[in-house]
Design a protein around this ligand. Structure first.
Ligand SMILES: [Mg+2]
Length: 268
């Protein structure tokens, strides 16, 4: 495997390019590799498991951090979930929880985002302003037959909300309450689901065999990249900042492991 043969480099965001979307300090090694890739003519894209922010909002955060990229090459779990719904039921009526970001991605995909029945899909991203009524309505709609989508699979995550630094309950934990109440299992749309990595690469006009997935999380970035048939690169970051995921049955052994992304510059 020669990295020079690869054409598309797909990057995770939190703890890979920047600390996290609410603390968008860039990692120096990531900026250096990013600029070297662009200079040498490789294409770059972003696939983040964040669902509470839209693709446009993530684009703004990483652009401000110094990573140059067109907005069309930034993909969130919310955008992936919207594509997942659109591919099965274009224009479906969707009740969406997700701090406004997921809603924006669903509307951008042409879906009917609504708070009134009938509802075809209930889609849930992390939402720190969610009310009991929203959770209860989501549960009732799933009981009445709506399909349940979990936008990514974080149990919890670090962040800042209304000025408070904390660890917050993630979408997977919120959806677990709905699953428990209804007996219905959700579909988790986000890394490591191979479908969304394959779709991202395809939308940009490449093959997964020509593409690289770079991230800090073996269970999401690496497992998903491997299952999609991509070359996978694990960058070792502070293990305390790796978001906890429900484990999947995919192989999470990276093709390459680096301490710093700068190590890759000599190989491209
Ligand atoms: Mg990450």
């Amino acid at each position: 495997m020669n990295l020079r043969d690869k054409k598309l480099w797909v990057f995770d965001v939190d703890n890979t390019l920047i600390h996290d979307v609410e603390h968008p300090t860039p990692f120096d090694d990531a900026l250096k590799l990013w600029n070297a890739l662009i200079e040498k003519g490789y294409n770059v894209a972003i696939l983040t498991n964040v669902g509470r922010l839209s693709s446009r909002q993530v684009y703004q955060a990483i652009s401000k951090a110094g990573f140059k990229i067109p907005v069309e090459q930034v993909f969130t779990a919310g955008a992936a979930a919207a594509a997942y719904v659109h591919n099965r039921a274009p224009g479906a009526r969707c009740f969406v929880i997700g701090e406004g970001g997921a809603q924006e991605d669903f509307i951008a995909r042409g879906l009917d985002v609504t708070n009134n029945p009938p509802i075809d899909f209930v889609a849930v991203a992390a939402d720190r302003g969610m009310t009991f009524q929203e959770l209860n309505f989501a549960t009732r709609m799933v009981k009445e037959g709506a399909q349940l989508i979990c936008i990514s699979g974080s149990k919890d995550y670090p962040g800042i909300y209304l000025g408070t630094e904390d660890t917050f309950i993630g979408e997977r934990s919120i959806v677990a309450a709905i699953e428990h109440a209804t007996g219905v299992d959700s579909v988790v749309v986000g890394k490591p689901l191979p479908e969304i990595l394959i779709e991202t690469v395809k939308v940009l006009g490449y093959k997964t065999s020509d593409s690289v997935m770079v991230g800090d999380n073996p269970k999401s970035d690496i497992a998903g990249g491997n299952a999609a048939g991509m070359t996978t690169i694990l960058v070792k970051r502070d293990p305390n900042n790796i978001v906890a995921f429900e484990s999947e049955d995919y192989d999470s052994t990276p093709t390459i492991t680096v301490e710093s992304l700068e190590e890759l510059i000599s190989q491209i």
